[in-house]
Design a protein around this ligand. Sequence first.
Ligand SMILES: [Zn+2]
Length: 273
Amino acid sequence: MPELPEVETIKRDLESKVKKRLIKSINIFEGSERLFIKKDINFFSTALIGNKIDCLSRHGKYLIFSISNKKYLIVHLRMTGSISINPSNSPMASYEKIRFNFDNNFSMSLMDIRKFATIDIYSNLVNFNQRIGPDSISHDFNPAFLKSKLVARKSSIKSALLDQSIAAGVGNIYADEACWDAGINPLQKAFLLNDDEINRLCASIKNVLFESINNRGTTINNYKDLLGNSGYHQTKVAVYGRVDKKCLRCSQKIIKTRVVGRSTFYCSKCQEL
Ligand SMILES: [Zn+2]
């Protein structure tokens, strides 16, 4: 699943391709009904066609297109969604769900094998922003904020980090990487973390996310960038997917377990419970 660094990579690549482009028409392909949060597809088309994309931003794992009519097109790629830019007359791609045709004879397409990706339109971002916490690489995601969210949290810290109202943009891979980087056991009860640990964890979350952005994201299963290329960060991960391999810090074997149904990797020596 694309997490913050993967969506950020897509956002950065897309920016020059779609910024200031006018949406001339939209093709909605068969079987794409689940894509739309608001089921009124006519509303969706009329809200966008004839308008320009002013700019592009990202909040957590959401891509946000600011439209010239003051509306926002918000895309979440979920498990297997991907985006590509192609000439408008290209044949329909496999699993293509929707195509936005621009005034320069290029199009932006959204593909999705497993059909969990979503698109939605908002009139303002206030309602949207209230649903998720501050973006994990923003200044608002800081130790004071993290502490306020963890203080009464009875679940494990891994489970807390997967909660998008706490660490928006962090998913399964970076939660494990950040816990290892901070030397915190992912099974530790969230409310038991002391101030030092929260400071370390907050810094580690940002470190692992920025490092992965620099490596254009992590491709474990299917994440691809706009051109269909994989990221590079999978060769740099410390624990994720490295069960029975040596810990990069202490050479102990990495352990795999499950937390809230998600594969979880850690070193029992560096990340003592
Ligand atoms: Zn270790």
